[in-house]
Design a protein around this ligand. Structure first.
Ligand code: SF4
Ligand code: SF4
Length: 106
């Protein structure tokens, strides 16, 4: 087999941008936050893993060492809860009554 006949490796898959992700979903936002974050716990967190792990970019570090969080555009993926290693920092649940994210079909 010549080098021209060998299969070429596939290019690395590109991560979708936040705008791409947001273009595929709608949100029926409930009045009760389904995720709450105790920022007092976050101040002693050295990793701030939620900031880079959340695919919806909902965690922002603050100057005092805590984080700001907004539940309204949450994809309900659970990643923040999985990566957080500080007990009591995140209380996680699903939105009330079928509210929350709605994934559109292509
Ligand atoms: S939510 Fe968890 S991972 Fe994120 S800053 Fe707070 S303690 Fe750290
Ligand atoms: S559940 Fe997913 S989208 Fe929602 S805040 Fe956590 S990491 Fe972000």
């Amino acid at each position: 087999m010549s080098s021209a006949d060998r299969p070429r490796p596939l290019p690395p898959a590109e991560e979708p941008s936040l705008a791409d992700r947001m273009a595929t979903v709608d949100f029926d936002v409930g009045g009760r936050p389904h995720i709450t974050v105790d920022t007092r716990v976050c101040r002693s967190c050295t990793t701030k893993a939620c900031v880079s792990a959340c695919p919806a970019d909902l965690f922002s570090p603050t100057a005092d060492g805590g984080v700001l969080f907004n539940y309204e555009h949450c994809f309900e993926c659970g990643t923040c809860y999985l990566v957080c290693n500080e007990a009591g920092a995140i209380s996680w649940g699903y939105p009330d009554g079928g509210r929350g994210v709605v994934f559109r079909r292509g």
